[in-house]
Design a binder for this molecule. Structure first.
Ligand SMILES: C[S@@+](CC[C@H](N)C(=O)[O-])C[C@H]1O[C@@H](n2cnc3c(N)ncnc32)[C@H](O)[C@@H]1O
Length: 203
């Protein structure tokens, strides 16, 4: 990121709020706002955070689930572990079947909510970033089919483009309620949008 990007970032309201409230990322407010609107995470839930680093969403999730819940975070990058007994971190690529096996083992008993803010490394080429983002979403859906409890919820980030409607249709086959939403803290200039899917019908 260039100097201009950093200058703008420092002026950004949510960036400064995240510093003040000790969140590891400004992205934390996206989950706070989505959860307020859609009531995705409840106390005692088991939450799986796919593409979790640096950890803002996991921080929000661990507060929401409380001491009786659990948060499992996965990222290719290293993440500063949260100091909670009910938090675990798997370092790895969640599209890799070996990592998916680990996820299944650690979430034995099932997951109530999957949250994914995963983003491919951006090329700046809109169509390419869109297709890579759709591939990540498909992987998230496959993991959901393996670990999500019946009635469970999911929220996933997508970079919009021509495949977006197909993705929504795929989710509509698996969940009773599907809605796309852009929280106020998501930058208007970004093609990102979040798809909220509630009440998993499978497995
Ligand atoms: C925008 S960041 C997530 C920010 C996070 N929600 C927060 O609040 O701090 C996207 C993350 O997705 C991760 N990611 C992308 N593809 C991944 C994959 N296949 N497996 C694991 N992590 C992945 C990246 O390494 C990156 O850390």
């Amino acid at each position: 990121m260039g100097k201009r990007w950093w200058r703008q970032r420092k002026k950004d309201y949510y960036y400064r709020l995240a510093k003040k409230e000790k969140y590891y990322s400004r992205a934390a407010y996206k989950l706070i706002q989505l959860n307020k609107k859609f009531k995705l995470i409840r106390r005692g839930n088991v939450v799986l955070d796919l593409g979790a680093a640096p950890g803002g969403w996991s921080q929000v999730a661990i507060k929401l689930v409380g001491s009786k819940g659990k948060v499992v975070a996965v990222d290719i990058k290293k993440m500063k572990p949260l100091k909670y007994e009910n938090f675990s971190f798997i370092q790895g690529d969640f599209t890799d079947p070996k990592i998916q096996k680990k996820i299944k083992e650690i979430t034995e008993g099932g997951v109530d909510v999957i949250i994914s803010d995963a983003s491919p490394s951006l090329s700046g080429i809109k169509d390419l970033d869109h297709i890579r983002s759709i591939e990540l979403c498909k992987s998230v859906i496959n993991i959901a089919k393996n670990v999500l409890k019946r009635g469970g919820n999911l929220v996933v980030k997508v970079f919009q483009g021509p495949e977006f409607k197909n993705l929504l249709d795929e989710l509509k086959n698996e969940f009773k309620y599907v809605k796309a939403s852009k929280p106020p803290s998501s930058e208007k200039s970004s093609a990102e949008i979040y798809v909220v899917a509630k009440y998993f019908v499978g497995p």
